[in-house]
Design a protein around this ligand. Sequence first.
Ligand SMILES: [Cu+2]
Length: 194
Amino acid sequence: MTPRSIINLFSLVASSSLVFAEDPASKTADAPSHCHTVEPNGTFTAPVFLAQDAEKKEATLHIVATFDKSNYGMNFNGFSKGKGGYEIPVGWKVKVKFCNNSAVPHSLIVVDAEEASTKINLGDEPYFDGASTPSPLKGTTSAIENFEFVADEAGKFAFACGFPTHSVNGHWIFLNIKKELKEAKFVAPKKTEK
Ligand SMILES: [Cu+2]
């Protein structure tokens, strides 16, 4: 490769990432991304939002930031403003696989539901031990992060984006931890707004 072709290659990469930065929500669930699973035959499978083992009392959640274009990309799995979310039986272990589908930093932190819609800055301390991506205030770009926690208290909580101002602008889904619940649920109401 000549020096000139290296430069050309570099400018190509630089310009394509610039386009992406200008339109962070352009790469969505409709277009295969690193948040999808690539099958051996080359097709893409969308993330499975919830898997569970009731005997082991364990739920595995796949939560994608900027899953689609709704709420200017400030959504998880396509939901924002607490309009969708998870119900988890109290005492279960919750394993979270977080994937940021955009070039804008996002994060995931479990907080009290009321804080999610009122606080501009959610801080770096999740409600349950271990229940956040690293440095939620700073957020992360195009990254896959895994974390887990034990949902050992019943109540109304939220999976919120800890990047300042995002959550108060709707970047959160609910996390209801319930006593009288036999299995985990992903609650996805019909969407009325785009
Ligand atoms: Cu965010």
